[in-house]
Ligand binder design. Structure first.
Ligand SMILES: Nc1ncnc2c1ncn2[C@@H]1O[C@H](COP(=O)(O)OP(=O)(O)OP(=O)(O)O)[C@@H](O)[C@H]1O
Ligand SMILES: [Mg+2]
Length: 451
């Protein structure tokens, strides 16, 4: 007999508990438990057991991976080479960042290529979508809209017709009758996603679901959702700055950490073909504390400006902030400078910032961060045609990074003339015409270059 049971779920991470708790043991956030009703003991769908037997891997026939283009080279790159037919993709991002816009633009390109698309919206009316569509351009009749919240209606439609691609905007607004809790609750989201996954695999439809993110930057509610889908894309960037970065954080069909760069324009999102140029736009001239680094974003080198401001503190405890960088990494590099290079930074406030609102996790930016800090500390600008990259260890050594040659070529392409790179990378590199490449083995050696 099916019985309704009350379970408490953490709305941040999906932790399940029989009783209410103030702090979640899973993600340590406070006041996030909500009560949800779940039917237990419901009759599960039984499979035809005798029809299922293991198969030898040698007998499994491989079906060709069917991919088709989104019409955006940047989006194709993030997806690992285009949309895989029966896949489930989650697109997350801050409110108003442009999730609906990019998906609608993608739908337009796909329908133009002769495929059918079903766009299911649970949060906007048909006329609102039409307004956005008019901003973007003209659409063909194969672009179908459905404004419903119940997943059952969508399933009914899919029994009659099979679009090639379906968009669900957003997962938090979809509900299924099997679960009695409110739309957007953990159990609803999980159930709807699981059903969409089944639809994608059984019917061969590529499904894109939009997920809103919480203030911590995870897809609202469940981290579990990330495990359930094939690909997770995050839209990030400063909403006030024009450009947006689309990043793959999980991809079953391609490499992760690939990024696509877009710019929000009046007619929708436009691809940025030379992201380094955009990242360096508006860079101050001959200013202390500004240094350009070259980070690898997937297979693509990207030049990014790092800014630091170091000033005497007026407090007992100096202030440190890091925007777009790992805070602990910046603290560690400050400690390395203090210990290995003899800079007295304990009496200084230090603010380190990545210009343009992008996030940088590549440790190859360490050397650039160090240069920016020292340049601001000494109040002396670094040569503006210089690019630095290299990982810095706790003993002050500068360690090798991957794809060094590719990074140097990118710097050369953007008009830089000097590169400071790890010595072990320099030793393996052939001479590059028109570029002065300096290899350094330690932080002290590196600092001698910019005195
Ligand atoms: N005419 C316009 N010119 C330039 N940018 C515009 C224009 N109209 C809207 N925008 C941009 O589009 C954004 C809204 O995009 P969109 O609705 O796709 O975002 P979203 O991520 O789907 O938001 P939500 O979380 O509300 O669903 C706005 O924040 C704004 O930056
Ligand atoms: Mg939207």
């Amino acid at each position: 007999m099916a019985k309704e049971k009350q379970i408490f779920f953490c709305q941040e991470c999906g932790f399940e508990s029989a009783k209410w708790m103030g702090q979640c043991p899973g993600c340590k956030s406070w006041n996030t438990f909500c009560e949800e009703k779940v039917v237990v003991g419901a009759k599960k769908q039984t499979l035809m057991r005798e029809a299922i037997a293991p198969t030898s891997i040698l007998q499994v026939e491989k079906t060709d991976e069917v991919r088709f283009t989104t019409g955006f080279a940047e989006l194709d790159r993030v997806l690992g080479g285009g949309i895989v037919r029966d896949s489930l993709v989650l697109v997350g991002g801050d409110p108003g960042i442009g999730k609906s816009t990019i998906l609608l633009q993608m739908c337009r390109n796909i329908t133009e290529a002769g495929k059918t698309v079903l766009y299911v919206s649970g949060e906007e009316s048909m006329s609102q979508i039409k307004m956005r569509a008019e901003r973007i351009g003209t659409f063909s009749k194969d672009m179908l809209l459905l404004c419903v919240n119940e997943l059952a209606y969508v399933e009914d439609y899919l029994k009659k017709a099979r679009p090639d691609v379906m968009i669900i905007d957003s997962i938090q607004t979809m509900i299924t009758d099997d679960i009695s809790s409110a739309p957007g609750s953990i159990s609803q989201i999980k159930e709807v996603t699981a059903r969409l996954m089944r639809i994608a695999k059984q019917m061969g439809i590529a499904i894109f679901i939009v997920g809103h993110v919480t203030k911590e930057g995870t897809v609202a509610g469940p981290r579990n959702l990330e495990h359930m889908v094939d690909t997770v894309l995050y839209f990030e960037g400063d909403r006030n700055a024009g450009f947006r970065v689309l990043r793959a954080v999980k991809n079953r069909f391609g490499s992760t950490n690939e990024i696509g760069v877009f710019e929000m324009t009046e007619t929708g999102l436009a691809e940025v073909n030379n992201p380094s140029q955009v990242m360096l736009d508006g860079r101050p001239e001959a200013s202390s504390g500004s240094v350009v680094v070259c980070s690898m974003e997937g297979t693509r080198p990207l030049l990014i400006e790092i800014q630091a401001l170091v000033s005497q503190t007026n407090f007992n405890l100096p202030r440190r902030t890091a925007v777009g960088l790992d805070y602990n990494r910046v603290n560690l590099l400050l400690a390395v400078l203090e210990k290995r290079a003899g800079l007295i930074l304990s009496g200084c406030d230090a603010y380190v910032n990545i210009a343009g609102g992008i996030r940088l996790d590549d440790p190859s930016s360490d050397l650039g961060i160090i240069y920016a800090i020292v340049s601001s500390y000494r109040n002396r600008p670094v040569d503006e045609h210089l690019v630095a990259f290299g990982e810095v260890g706790l003993s002050g050594e500068v360690r090798a990074v991957s794809a060094a040659e590719q990074r140097v070529y990118e710097a050369q392409k953007m008009g830089f003339t000097t590169c400071v790179i790890p010595k072990s990378n320099k030793d393996k590199m052939k001479k590059i015409e028109g570029m002065k490449v300096i290899g350094v083995a330690s932080v002290t050696e590196a600092l001698e270059i910019i005195v």
